[in-house]
Design a protein around this ligand. Structure first.
Ligand code: PLP
Length: 380
């Protein structure tokens, strides 16, 4: 059997190995150390933020972002329904209620007009909306010029889930620079990885200090470990931060590689009726983390699932877009304001191998498999 092609395998090699070994030999194993400090500074500088706090995952970063804003039981947090479950889970960890907002059909990102409508209704009903958590889907920033204006108008903190959008921009400002707090993930499948990890970015000194405190078991600064709050063990290990520093140096090169794949997929679908690149019309500011097709079966004559089945037979991974949170069994009772866009994207989208570690030969295997499928299924 030929080797399996994954959507987004980690892209690590000699540079990461050298940094990791150096950190190991330096003796800074347990658990914080100079690579954590440097990684935080390098990330904050790259994004143009005052503070970065390296944490054990993007989910942990979201959780502490919410806690640092005092969010808890009785609060409502407005978030994107089109996302990975981690966004909604972090809200539930705090005891707050996630309220799901649908997306724009062309980007999958939070629809600002739905956000305003939900916010207005909830505020009029006297409910406590304490945060807005938009998500940058698959490496495209949400519309922060509009969302930020709404957050400011209603005086609700904006916490951005930028887990997928490191390296992207919106109106010239980097992903992660929008909102009161933004969060990145360095999970193994993200655009850059520490094998597992995350980072919280903010310009607010108090938030950064509170997050560091909560992430290290909420210890008071006395020798006998006095505790007045419930804390967490959420810091990133120094060894993993060393990998992150090596990855950050290579970030632009890795983004360029993913963009090349995006461009090649665009050529591949040119002239194939009923098939388009999700968000591909306007992607010069995206990081191209994952490339997905949108397939309209009434025009194309086949479904996303048909192409997926064919790729699967050739040991090539593909996957629908995120299943919206409001149709997940675990959130069946959650409140929402939806317009059908996310459900439509879930039905028609198919994400293709996009990773920067893919070799030319491997990527050609994917291209050939898709081209052969198109030839067999449609009149190109
Ligand atoms: C990956 C991801 C997360 C979670 O990050 P982890 O580091 O895996 O905990 C959160 N939100 C979104 C949108 C993600 O894609």
């Amino acid at each position: 059997m030929t080797e399996r092609v994954y959507l987004s395998a980690p892209d690590v090699g000699a540079a990461e190995e050298a940094c990791l070994v150096e950190a190991l030999r330096s003796g800074w194993i347990a658990p914080l150390g100079p690579d954590v400090d440097s990684f935080e500074q390098e990330m904050a500088q790259r994004i143009g933020r005052r503070y970065g706090v390296a944490l054990s995952s993007g989910t942990a970063a979201l959780h502490l972002a919410l806690l640092s804003k005092g969010i808890g039981p009785g609060d409502i947090v407005l978030t994107s329904t089109m996302t990975f479950a981690a966004t909604a889970n972090a809200i539930v960890y705090t005891g707050a209620e996630p309220y799901f907002i649908d997306c724009l059909p062309d980007t999958g990102n939070m629809d600002p007009s739905l956000l305003r409508e939900a916010l207005q209704d909830l505020v009029e009903a006297g409910e406590r909306v304490q945060a807005i958590v938009p998500v940058d889907l698959l490496g495209k920033s949400a519309n922060y010029s509009e969302i930020q204006a709404i957050a400011e108008e209603y005086k609700v903190p904006l916490i951005v889930d930028a887990a997928e959008s490191l390296g992207a921009k919106h109106e010239g400002k980097p992903a992660g620079a929008w909102g009161d707090i933004a969060v990145f993930s360095f999970n193994g499948n993200k655009i850059m990885t520490t094998s597992g990890g995350g980072m919280l970015l903010t310009d607010d000194e108090d938030v950064a200090a509170k997050v560091r405190y909560l992430a290290t078991q909420a210890r008071q600064p006395v020798v006998h470990y006095e505790h007045v709050d419930i804390g967490y063990n959420y810091r990133l290990s120094n060894l993993l931060a060393a990998i992150g520093r090596a990855q950050l140096v290579r970030l632009d090169e890795m983004i360029a590689k993913r963009r090349q794949h995006r461009e090649a997929y665009k050529q591949l679908i040119a002239g194939v009726h009923g098939v388009s690149i999700f968000g591909g019309e306007d992607d010069q500011n995206d990081n191209c983390w994952l490339t997905s097709l949108l397939i309209d079966p009434s025009i194309a004559g086949f479904h996303a699932a048909d192409l997926s089945a064919e790729l699967s037979m050739q040991n090539i991974e593909s996957r629908p877009l995120w299943k919206p949170m409001h149709v997940q069994p675990v959130f069946a009772d959650a409140r929402r304001l939806v317009n059908g866009s996310s459900e439509q994207l879930f039905k028609t989208g198919l994400t293709l191998p996009s990773g920067s570690a893919m070799t030319v030969q491997t990527f050609k295997r994917v291209q050939d498999a898709i081209a052969t499928f198109f030839e067999s299924r449609c009149s190109v």
